[in-house]
Design a protein around this ligand. Structure first.
Ligand code: ATP
Ligand code: MG
Length: 336
């Protein structure tokens, strides 16, 4: 037997996974506020991980810790294999960040801002120049790059931020709400760049967003964060798959509480969600996740509603989406 031969039979799938981000029991407390309460997550090298959560869930705090801007109260995290507290300076050299709040000085031109950023990171002059050309082309800002940033639209500012985050050839990129407030066309454009980066450079990306459709379409894994904790995690397909077969939305008036309680006792129901509507609205919604296809459940649902004196105004069936996953785990919808 030739012992120098590599061991065969170790398939690709069995190879140990390489993680670019590893977070263990991360906690951040501000006085009485527990901003992050024991977050655990792992992002495989070359993947896109979306952190999805409502206002105040702890997304920005998590990113701030991972990018070494804020110290954790307890727990630890590694980025590109380096400890974010003990090896903060090295971590900073390996990452790119774009912030939720634009931190650009708007009286300067886009080109100057990229230049300042490059110099801050001590990139050689020639490299700043070629990198600027490349990135400006990628984010399609050729026309605007020499104009003051205050003349840019929201989408253009976001694209410039993205270019800035990429100046230093990061291994890991952190994007805090890169598409917040953009119209669908501009959002799509940002995501096209993000996808291209993933494919062409093998970059690992942690992105926060409250747009479910984005996370569903583009992220390899999604972590739903609420109240400082990850409440559900998986690939979009896994998360949606765990929802059951169909979701039925029932709108009506009257005894919603009783109807919800009755539904929760049914063996064929996987979850029930209600939406918080303003007090002036009489018609209220109930979302029912079913374990089987909706067809045969419609009659029992309507019968149950009648028994609970919930008068049905409208009933519809849809395939579950990440929106329903979110509703199931947090009891709320994300802000619109
Ligand atoms: N510097 C701080 N001092 C005190 N409390 C803070 C500080 N930073 C964040 N918090 C609190 O921590 C919680 C989490 O905030 P964080 O900004 O991480 O949420 P987020 O998920 O990014 O929300 P959003 O979607 O609104 O950006 C909030 O309750 C917030 O008020
Ligand atoms: Mg935030």
């Amino acid at each position: 037997m030739n012992l120098t031969q590599p061991i065969s039979g170790v398939s690709h799938a069995q190879r140990p996974r390489e993680y670019s981000i590893e977070v263990n029991n991360l906690v951040k407390t501000y006085d009485t506020v527990r901003a992050v309460e024991g977050v655990n997550l792992r992002v495989e090298k070359g993947q896109i991980y979306a952190l999805l959560g409502p206002n105040g869930a702890g997304k920005t705090t998590t990113i701030n810790i991972l990018t070494t801007l804020v110290l954790p109260t307890s727990g630890n995290a590694r980025v590109a294999g380096l400890d974010v507290v003990k090896q903060a300076a090295e971590v900073r050299r390996r990452i790119g960040v774009t912030f939720q709040e634009t931190v650009l000085d708007k009286s300067l031109s886009g080109r100057v801002l990229l230049d300042v950023h490059g110099r801050l990171y001590q990139l050689p002059k020639a490299e700043i120049k070629t990198r600027t050309e490349e990135l400006v082309k990628m984010v399609e800002l050729e026309e605007a790059i020499d104009r003051p940033v205050k003349t840019y639209s929201g989408g253009m500012k976001r694209r410039l931020e993205l270019a800035r985050g990429l100046m230093t050839h990061p291994e890991v990129l952190f994007l805090d709400e890169p598409t917040l407030g953009l119209d669908p066309q501009n959002r799509d454009r940002i995501w096209v760049y993000i996808e291209r980066l993933k494919i062409e450079t093998g970059l690992t990306i942690l992105v926060t967003t409250h747009y479910m459709d984005e996370a569903e379409k583009l992220a390899d894994r999604v972590g739903i964060i609420d109240g400082g904790k990850i409440v559900a995690e998986g690939t979009p397909t896994e998360l949606i798959g765990a929802m059951g077969a169909d979701v039925v939305k029932v709108s009506g008036t009257g005894g919603r509480e009783r109807f919800v309680e009755a539904l929760q006792r049914q063996e064929w129901v996987s979850f029930v969600g209600t939406l918080q509507l303003d007090a002036t609205t009489l018609v209220q919604d109930v979302q029912i996740g079913l374990k089987t296809q909706a067809g045969r459940s419609l009659k029992p649902i309507i019968d149950l509603a009648e028994k609970c004196e919930f008068s049905v105004v409208d009933i519809s069936i849809k395939r579950p989406s990440l929106n329903d996953v979110f509703l199931k785990h947090t009891g709320r919808r994300l802000r619109d």
